[in-house]
Design a binder for this molecule. Structure first.
Ligand code: AMX
Length: 437
């Protein structure tokens, strides 16, 4: 991982130079106009952030450092030939824009393992949380409790120079990723296994994804591969989504990465963001409940109508930005159809995909995107392995998000991005302004 830091040390001045040129030569140009509705409507569609690690295309979905998920699935290094990309390799990609070679990948695997240490008092703290406290609350608090280990905070107190911020932050960012799965597994055991200790590491060669699955009690090669895929697909979704933006905002005050990541998780815990996946699984299970294992496509049509009639949305379908099937859905469905094609729930997800995109616009012509999003499949895959603790699903999402938001936070400091401080306006003030336009 020292090699990665060295690579970044070479890259950063180049990108800093570009940013400076941008500021000097184009800083006063008008990029776009802002509508009143955008000010009221959560700044939708308004370009307001520089974000290096990923960019969302309405038609192709997310690109990590310019690489589409389709390409990443084919080109990124993996532990199983032709299998899921290695999350450690995608961390390298998000930070540096390149895939690591075999030796570099092995080094990151070892490094993340070495950095995963959690102090005994933090372990005890997590085990003391009430069992009925939401897993995301416990996860966020557990990561926050690790904050006393922040090297950035120590260096800052010691008076580090501004151009050295990113170097001081590097260790924290990697450490947050490394520790996230262990804290998440401790939360799992605290809630669902009465605080039992994490399993022994029978195989210390396990990579990050496999080890996380192992710590949750799952030890099949298929589950290891699913975990790697899940982690890779949920890492990053450009800068404006709630978890990425909360992380950026808090970090812009030079709060250390533990503080920023905890804030990011608090945003992810919201039902409009990271909680949607469990809603989606519940919806499929309603169909199985109602029609049994021998459901057919007419049953799906009837249930979609019933969902609309009861004033609800069809979860897992539609998106604020995407206008095509989310490739994160496609790759998850492909995984299910490849590894367990006869699974009834996976068949149901597949049948819904054949029915719903045509049906939705007939019922709701104003729908901008009738295609499935990332949440339409993940729950069904986890259920296959018996991971049926729905409330925990967002924690898995959070562990994955650590890779993306920590990579972008490092770049925030490397580029010297300032504290965020957008202007605000009262309703009356906006009305006055608007009347005079
Ligand atoms: N089922 C029923 N109606 C839907 C719908 C769906 N899946 N998706 C959109 N619509 C409706 C909207 O509610 C809206 O109706 P209205 O005009 O009566 O208020 C109309 O279609 C137009 O909406 P839109 O412009 O297509 O979508 P949006 O940008 O306002 O909302 C989203 C996007 C994701 C909130 C919406 O599609 C939705 O509620 N989907 C279901 C929930 C879901 O899957 N959420 C997870 C999203 C992925 C994620 O971020 N994790």
């Amino acid at each position: 991982i020292h090699k990665l830091k060295g690579k970044l040390a070479e890259m950063i001045p180049v990108v800093q130079g570009r940013l400076n040129t941008l500021k000097k030569e184009h800083g006063d140009k008008v990029l776009e106009t802002v509508k009143v509705n955008q000010v009221i409507g959560g700044m939708r569609g308004m370009t307001g952030l520089v974000y290096e690690t990923s960019k969302l295309s309405a038609t192709e979905g997310i690109r990590y450092r310019g690489h589409s998920l389709d390409e990443i699935m084919k080109m990124a290094p993996s532990f199983v030939e032709g299998g899921s990309p290695a999350p450690e390799g995608i961390l390298w990609l998000l930070l540096s824009g390149e895939y690591p070679n075999k030796q570099e990948l092995d080094d990151v695997v070892i490094d993340l393992k070495e950095r995963s240490y959690i102090p005994e008092e933090t372990i005890e703290l997590i085990r003391s949380f009430p069992k009925n406290m939401h897993p995301m609350t416990q996860f966020s608090m557990g990561m926050l409790a690790c904050q006393s280990m922040s090297t950035f905070a120590q260096h800052y107190r010691a008076g580090i120079a501004k151009n050295k911020y990113w170097e001081a932050m590097f260790d924290d960012c990697i450490n947050v990723v490394a520790k996230s799965s262990k804290v998440a597994a401790l939360v799992f055991n605290n809630i669902y296994h009465d605080g039992k200790h994490l399993p022994e590491f029978f195989d210390d060669k396990l990579d990050f994804g496999a080890k996380y699955a192992h710590m949750l009690g799952y030890d099949s090669e298929d589950m290891y591969e699913l975990m790697r895929l899940y982690l890779v697909l949920h890492m990053d979704h450009e800068g404006g989504n709630v978890s990425a933006h909360a992380n950026r905002l808090v970090g812009s005050a030079l709060s250390d990465p533990y503080l920023s990541f905890s804030a990011s998780l608090n945003g992810l815990a919201g039902p409009l963001h990271g909680l949607a996946n469990q809603e989606c699984l519940r919806w499929y299970l309603e169909i199985l409940d109602k029609y049994g294992k021998h459901w057919n496509k007419d049953d799906i049509v009837e249930h979609v109508h019933h969902t609309f009639d009861s004033g609800r949305v069809v979860p897992g379908y539609g998106h604020a930005v995407l206008r095509k099937t989310d490739p994160r859905f496609t790759h998850q469905l492909e995984f299910g159809l490849t590894h367990f094609p006869t699974d009834n729930l996976i068949q149901l997800v597949n049948a819904c995909y054949e029915v719903i995109p045509e049906l939705l616009p007939k019922i709701k012509p104003s729908i901008a995107n009738p295609y499935p999003n990332v949440d339409a499949c993940s729950g069904a895959l986890l259920m296959h392995f018996g991971l049926n603790q729905f409330d925990y699903y967002t924690v898995l999402f959070g562990v994955s998000r650590a890779f993306g938001v920590m990579s972008s936070l490092l770049w925030d400091r490397a580029l010297g991005l300032p504290i965020e401080r957008p202007g605000s306006v009262t309703v009356e003030g906006l009305l006055e302004k608007a009347k005079n336009l």
